[in-house]
Write a protein that binds this ligand. Structure first.
Ligand code: HEM
Length: 410
């Protein structure tokens, strides 16, 4: 089938789903000069992500990706090979595997507490809260602490506002639709100015990250003495004196920057957008919100906030986030009915962390506040827009009222 690029409107997944209903679950589309195969059913997904996974384990080297990832020296865009495997191993052992995710629980707890406090202050002052702003701030601070021991979104000082600006531009920049990716011959013209913008964001990212890494190196001994090594300390230790693994690979300083880039881009917006959609759904359906709160009040009470270890006792909450035991569909890439994290060799590296973020933050927000829309709004606008992780077209803004004892917001 021949389709023009104009087909990819503001909501390509809806358009592609409609086409799949008409033409079947495996479609070959010409988009610009590139061929694109779209798989739209569980069995088609299984074919591509399981049976043919080894052949499809590289991501395309599109112009937008090359410009912003140090020429694909990060993990997300690295070709499937020894360097990618080394990055996968190190990120799993030190950051995203089950043990590492459990080790960082205190950081998540602390950030959730700060979010609650900020929201309780907004409630007191009669201000509405912009839900994705609260979430991205918490997530970027979590990622910042576990990777480089820094709360990058701390609301004070010029330095943190440049981090904030940089992360927001990274998140908006990486999700843009770029004609050059589909008509590479036109790439040099940069018709929409996307590449120029990405290169600008990249320069800004590199400037800040180079400075941050230099500061980080200067305080390494202190962290080693206190036994609180972060991800970058461990990456550097792995490549100390040019040590190589069995495949002769080592992590370079540019790979370290690429991995930090990955964690801030892949690890913040994704989880935040899912929580935002789930909250929007619950605000529009008070009976769902009521049932989730009732379950939490029964299990936790109103005298304190949710602890991560209690999520296992909240089946209704789990079913409202990314599926889970209550819905009996495994979202972790084994059951092709639901693959929010993808599947196969290139499955999301942060699926465990993402799952914990989503359930813990969603549960915390639902339990700690009553939610209503600002005066004059009846329903949350559920329109979606184009982006890396299917963002809401209109950011969710709501008025909250604390429902726990005041000490729970400290
Ligand atoms: C609920 C939250 C999240 C969702 C829905 C999500 C979703 C995804 C998806 C769909 C992919 C592509 C998979 C494929 O190509 O088959 C991906 C890749 C990736 N994600 Fe996530 N993600 C989430 C959270 C995170 C977090 C918290 C991190 C890290 C801090 C992360 C890091 C990555 C990385 C590094 C990749 C690339 C993996 C590779 O190619 O080796 N993600 N994610």
């Amino acid at each position: 089938m021949q389709f023009t690029l104009s087909f990819v409107g503001p909501a390509p997944c809806t358009g592609l789903a409609a086409l799949a209903r008409k033409y079947g679950s495996i479609m070959y589309l010409r988009m610009g000069t590139c061929g694109v195969v779209v798989a739209s059913s569980p069995s088609a997904a299984r074919t591509f992500l399981k049976a043919l996974d080894a052949w499809l384990a590289n991501r395309p080297a599109v112009a937008s990706a090359v410009d912003i990832t140090y020429g694909r020296q990060n993990r997300v865009f690295a070709d499937y090979g020894p360097k990618w495997k080394l990055m996968r191993k190190l990120s799993s052992v030190h950051l995203l595997g089950a043990r590492a995710v459990a080790n960082w629980a205190g950081v998540r707890r602390d950030e959730a507490g700060r979010s609650l406090l900020g929201m309780a202050e907004a409630a007191e002052a009669g201000r509405a809260v912009v839900v994705p702003e609260v979430l991205v701030c918490a997530l970027a601070n979590i990622v910042g602490q576990i990777t480089v021991s820094k709360r990058v979104f701390d609301a004070q000082g010029d330095e943190s506002s440049s981090y904030k600006e940089m992360i927001v531009s990274l998140l908006t920049g990486t999700g843009m639709f770029n004609i050059s990716d589909f008509v590479p011959a036109l790439s040099w013209l940069d018709l929409q100015g996307v590449q120029a913008r990405l290169r600008r964001v990249h320069r800004q990212f590199d400037g800040l990250i180079t400075k941050l890494l230099a500061e980080h190196a200067a305080t390494a001994e202190e962290r080693a003495r206190e036994g609180r090594l972060d991800f970058v300390d461990r990456l550097r230790a792995s490549s100390k004196d040019g040590d190589k693994d069995a495949d002769g690979e080592t992590i370079t300083e540019v790979n370290i920057k690429g991995l930090i880039f990955d964690m801030f881009t892949a690890g913040t917006d994704t989880s935040s957008i899912i929580v935002e959609w789930a909250m929007a759904e619950m605000i529009n359906n008070p009976s769902i919100m009521g049932r989730a709160q009732e379950e939490m009040d029964r299990v936790i009470g109103l005298h304190r906030r949710l602890e991560e270890s209690e999520i296992a006792n909240l089946p209704y909450l789990q079913a409202r986030s990314l599926s889970g035991p209550a819905a009996k569909i495994d979202p972790m890439g084994n059951n092709f009915e639901l693959i929010p994290f993808g599947a196969g060799r290139r499955i999301c590296a942060g699926k465990l962390a993402g799952m914990v973020f989503v359930q813990y933050f969603l549960g915390t927000l639902v339990h700690a506040f009553e939610w209503r829309l600002p005066d004059g709004e009846e329903k949350v606008d559920m329109a979606e827009t184009f982006g890396l992780a299917l963002p809401k077209a209109v950011l969710l803004k709501a008025v909250v009222t604390p429902r726990l004892v005041p000490a729970a917001y400290a």
